[in-house]
Design a protein around this ligand. Structure first.
Ligand code: G6P
Length: 369
């Protein structure tokens, strides 16, 4: 087993470190810089399949749902197509209404999650075209989709999902690019620039995973491992990263953590702020970075401790502690920002002596309700 862990203490740590390779595999053979486009592989992703999509309905659970929230920002912002997203377990039991020419998009690592599958089937029965972003060839979700974008993360053993998430976010970016090229919202030049940004991503991921960067996170984990709880805040495309950071910490360290859109903080959660609650603010350079900076000030003014994570240098100056993440296009910043949060959860759990690869009460794949 230790050989399978490739010298790492846990599968989760190995899988976190595999993420640059997962990115490379997910992009392999798909980029078409000459036309500023991508080839998603398989059938069902042609112009004729995508140009008339009027709405996308995402359904997923857990970490895959967080990737779905990011997909919403990308597909709306880049391809100009409206996106709805719902917990698969909610979608299937309400009475959802879909507009014509809806593309249903299930996002699932395993392709076997019961609620996700049921939600995809329901969407299909309501007239939507079923598609998926999935990591397992031949899985039920894939077999029931008329088009699947494979994530190529390889088998994920750690119960807490890491590399599959990064692959899902990259896949969502590719899908947004393909849809935008198909419907004409993205020009050839813009497509080329989006591809260039993808090519720069690997080296940036490696910076976040460099030994000194990881050591810095372990030190942070050590300083914060006994606080009463954690609060994760983010805005825009990094709001789902706040959700994911909180979920990772809950799953493997059993600490109480909440993820919130930073702008909602004042509508309740701000009452929780005190020195014994650590707030992690995810903030990269982009359209909402100034807004998130003011949230850091607000937490500080109420005696809270803040760790700023991201490429926004000014946030690092205001916050008590910081994790510097290389700058990238705002669209791809979630891929970089999630890595320090995965590592933070990992090291806190490790320092607290938790069973990281098999956390209590959790299953890798929830195939029954
Ligand atoms: C379980 C796992 C999560 C995962 C979720 C959805 O809860 O513990 O890590 O995000 O299922 O799984 P899927 O295979 O559909 O992505």
């Amino acid at each position: 087993e230790s050989a399978e862990k490739g010298g790492y203490e846990h599968y989760m740590l190995k899988e976190i470190h595999e993420q640059p390779d997962v990115l490379a595999r997910t992009l392999e053979g798909r980029l078409r810089p000459d036309t500023g486009d991508v080839d998603l592989g398989g059938e069902g992703w042609e112009d004729s399949d995508l140009a008339n999509v009027e709405r996308v309905q995402v359904v997923a659970c857990g970490t895959a749902l967080h990737a779905g929230y990011i997909a919403r920002y990308m597909i709306e912002g880049l391809a100009g197509v409206p996106v709805d997203i719902d917990f698969a377990s909610e979608f299937r039991y309400r009475d959802p209404r879909l507009v014509k020419n809806t593309m249903a998009l299930a996002i699932s690592q395993s392709g076997e999650t019961a609620d996700t599958l049921a939600a995809l089937r329901l969407a299909r029965d309501l007239g939507a075209r079923p598609t998926s972003i999935c990591n397992v060839v031949g899985s039920t979700v894939m077999r029931e989709s008329s088009a699947t974008l494979l994530t190529e993360a390889g088998p994920e053993i750690g119960v807490a999902s890491t590399k599959a998430f990064v692959a899902q976010v990259v896949a969502a970016y590719l899908l947004a690019l393909r849809m935008g090229r198909a419907n004409g919202r993205i020009s050839r030049e813009q497509g080329r620039e989006m591809i260039e940004e993808l090519k720069r991503l690997r080296a940036r991921m490696e910076t976040v995973l460099a030994p000194e960067a990881v050591e810095h996170i372990r030190e942070l984990a050590d300083r914060h491992r006994n606080v009463k709880g954690f609060f994760f805040l983010g805005r825009g495309i990094n709001f789902p990263i706040a959700l994911e950071g909180a979920l990772k910490l809950k799953e493997i360290s059993y600490m109480h953590a909440e993820g919130y859109p930073a702008g909602e903080m004042k509508h309740g959660p701000i009452a929780l702020i005190e020195p014994d609650l650590t707030t992690v603010v995810v903030n990269s350079i982009g359209g909402v970075s100034e807004k998130s900076r003011s949230n850091i000030e607000q937490v500080k003014a109420r005696g809270g401790r803040v760790i700023a994570v991201g490429s926004d240098r000014q946030s690092h100056e205001i916050a008590e502690e910081a994790v510097v993440v290389p700058e990238s296009s705002e669209w791809l910043s979630p891929v970089l920002n999630v890595i320090p949060l995965q590592l933070l959860a990992y090291h806190i759990a490790d320092l607290r002596g938790c069973d990281i690869d098999k956390p209590r009460n959790l299953a890798k794949s929830v195939t029954v309700e």
